[in-house]
Design a protein around this ligand. Structure first.
Ligand code: CP
Length: 305
């Protein structure tokens, strides 16, 4: 998970490192001295609401100074490369750079050239590690797992556009490290068998058949900007086959929760009444995101000194 001071992804995540971050986030046992007065840059080449705002708030709560940079309106429009843009921002003296980019591998590329800590806030369809941490914290707290963060015996269905999803890839790594069984659920084009093999997850193309056995349904956004429409083909009844409707939610176990990393396409992958209903922990995921990002920033800067 950690590569020195960098947090790039959850592949091969270490359970002890995960549990240490979750403990700090859950207990709010931050050590602000580690980050007070340090400088954090949010460098976002792709749109974001939750991740960017929560990283800013997390840094501010710990007493750091934060600069938000977005590619819109920047010298990227003049042809400045990713590495030149990053090097320019880093040269101003930041201790940590939080980066989101549309290319898979962008965060690792920057970490390979960085002197400061690099935290991946989402790179293409590759990884989104702090979303997976927020999801693990939400799940553990919602299902009242004890502070060992041992998810043995839990089954989590990740439902939808898995092939396009960095959230699915990161959660597959972190949930497996914590002991959960993960099932990728969706149309064959979005959940090919080889993806399940690569991520070490079970695969199902029938949401209805897994509803009664899962503890959580993690619903993914249909990513039209990454070609989801072409994957499905014309006339595919996505909501009818894979939408998390009220009727489907009613067939889940009493304690089971519905998650969504956001932003949601209401009426497509999730019915509005489910998103706002009793099983939903969607806003809990957002709140948990601030706490895990505080823990991540603190640890990244501690590791970089
Ligand atoms: N879940 C998530 O990454 O949301 P944003 O794109 O709004 O940051």
């Amino acid at each position: 998970m950690w590569r020195g001071a960098h947090l790039i992804g959850m592949h091969g995540a270490d359970a002890e490192e995960l549990r240490a971050l979750l403990d700090v986030a859950a207990d709010a046992s931050f050590e602000p001295d580690a980050i007070q007065g340090r400088a954090v840059a949010n460098v976002f080449f792709e749109d974001s609401t939750r991740t960017r705002v929560s990283f800013s708030l997390a840094a501010q709560r710990l007493g750091a100074r934060v600069v938000d940079w977005t590619s819109a309106g920047s010298s990227v429009s003049k042809g400045e490369s990713l590495l030149d843009t990053f090097g320019t921002i880093e040269a101003m003296g930041f201790d940590a750079v939080v980066v989101r980019h549309h290319e898979s591998g962008a965060a690792q590329l920057l970490a390979d050239h960085a002197r400061c800590a690099v935290i991946n806030a989402g790179d293409g369809s590759h990884q989104h590690p702090t979303q997976a941490l927020a999801d693990a914290l939400t799940l553990g707290e919602a299902l009242e797992r004890d502070r060992g963060w041992d998810f043995t015996g839990l089954t989590v269905a990740i439902v939808g556009d898995c092939v396009s999803s960095r959230v699915a890839r990161s959660n597959a790594g972190s949930l497996a490290a914590l002991g959960a069984r993960v099932v990728l659920v969706g149309p064959e084009a979005m959940v090919p068998a080889e993806l399940g093999e690569a991520l070490g997850c079970a695969v199902s193309h029938d949401l209805d058949s897994v509803l009664a056995e899962i503890d959580a349904a993690m619903i993914l956004r249909i990513q039209l900007e990454r070609g989801a429409g072409e994957l499905l083909g014309q006339g595919f009844d996505y909501q009818g086959r894979f939408g998390m409707t009220r009727e489907r939610a009613s067939r889940m176990r009493d304690h089971a929760v519905v998650m969504h990393p956001g932003p949601m396409n209401r009426g497509v992958e999730i019915e509005g009444a489910v998103a706002d209903g009793d099983r939903s922990v969607v806003l809990g995921q957002v709140e948990a995101g601030v706490r895990v990002r505080m823990a991540v920033l603190e640890e990244a800067i501690r590791r970089s000194v």
